[in-house]
Design a protein around this ligand. Structure first.
Ligand code: NAP
Length: 284
């Protein structure tokens, strides 16, 4: 039997409808939520992501601003701007689009953002809070995945979960969230010996590898929940995930499509984090 689809696009729309009310309530009290997105350089994919983020903000009534710097800008210019935004009461969220050009110290830039405005959840304080099981801002992609589990009624407690990928933005925070939810978690990487042996016993697989159709049906246990974080551009221009959707959907119980799965949820959770930041500031 074919798997049920965890529809990120539909869930994103549902959540965003609720955001409009929260944004309006904040605006009525003089606290319209504001997000500033900083982009350095001309990476095409980053430009698209930033444009989508700004448009999403506007669609739910958030104030948003995009600041673009040339690729050769001096890091101090960006750091000074971040300091200014940290002090600006109209700004509740600050996001620096990654990756940054090689002459930047990425960690130093992320640390320069005030922890209470770090809506990406990448500041060390926020990573620490998540690791302690007391999160303040959850990184948007894994946060979106958790919302999809919730929507699908997927009980994580006691389950075997395998996360493929250990990046700071997806794999690691995803693993922490699954640990916090009571799953038994294995985090795999490019050096993992016999990846298939791990995925074959998983009740839950989260693929965040960056390789098209990497997870194939023979790697999946019947009845598993398979979350595809990957966004890969095929030579013909189409998007495809890290999971071989056509094969795996015949084996899994739940699966996320690409596009229309985790992607729309990521931006939605950025909006959620920005609204949460404004609500905290307003004492709501
Ligand atoms: P990343 O930083 O490149 O990390 C990829 C991870 O995959 C690394 O930890 C790497 O291991 C691991 N890996 C590579 N080959 C492997 C193999 N053969 N077996 C097991 N693990 C392997 O990528 P990322 O930023 O986490 O993103 C992953 C994917 O998600 C990309 O396609 C990206 O575009 C997508 N993404 C989507 C969203 C969304 O909104 N849907 C958001 C963010 C990212 P090592 O650490 O050992 O190198």
């Amino acid at each position: 039997m074919a798997a049920q689809i965890l529809d990120g696009k539909a869930l994103a729309q549902e959540l965003r409808a609720g955001f409009k009310e929260r944004t309006a309530a904040l605006a009525a009290r003089g606290h319209k939520p504001g997000l500033v997105v900083i982009l350095v350089g001309e990476d095409t994919a980053s430009q698209v992501y930033v444009r989508n983020k700004v448009a999403a903000c506007e669609s739910v009534g958030l104030y948003s601003e995009k600041l673009v710097y040339p690729a050769d800008v001096k890091p101090v210019v960006v750091l000074d701007k971040i300091a200014e935004l940290n002090a600006d009461p109209r700004v509740h969220g600050i996001l620096v689009q990654l990756p940054l050009p090689a002459h930047f110290d990425e960690a130093a830039v992320l640390e320069a953002i005030a922890a209470e405005k770090d809506v990406d959840g990448f500041h060390a304080e926020n990573v620490g809070a998540l690791a302690q099981g007391n999160p303040r801002f959850i990184p948007c992609t894994p946060y979106g995945v958790m919302k999809m589990f919730e929507k699908g009624g997927v009980d994580l407690s006691g389950k075997e979960a395998v996360v493929i990928g250990r990046s700071n933005i997806v794999g690691k925070p995803m693993a922490l969230l699954l640990i916090n939810a009571g799953a038994t978690v294995t985090v795999c990487n490019s050096r993992t010996r016999d990846l298939r042996a791990h995925t074959r016993r998983a009740d839950i697989i989260v693929a965040a590898v960056g390789k098209p159709r990497f997870v194939t049906a023979d790697m999946v246990k019947p009845g598993a929940v398979v979350i595809d974080v990957g966004i890969n551009r095929l030579p013909d221009g189409r998007l495809c995930g890290d999971v071989d959707f056509e094969g795996v959907k015949e084996i899994a119980d739940w699966i996320t499509p690409v596009p229309g799965g985790v992607g729309p949820m990521t931006i939605t959770m950025l909006l959620a984090n920005t609204i949460e930041a404004a609500e905290r500031k307003a004492g709501i």
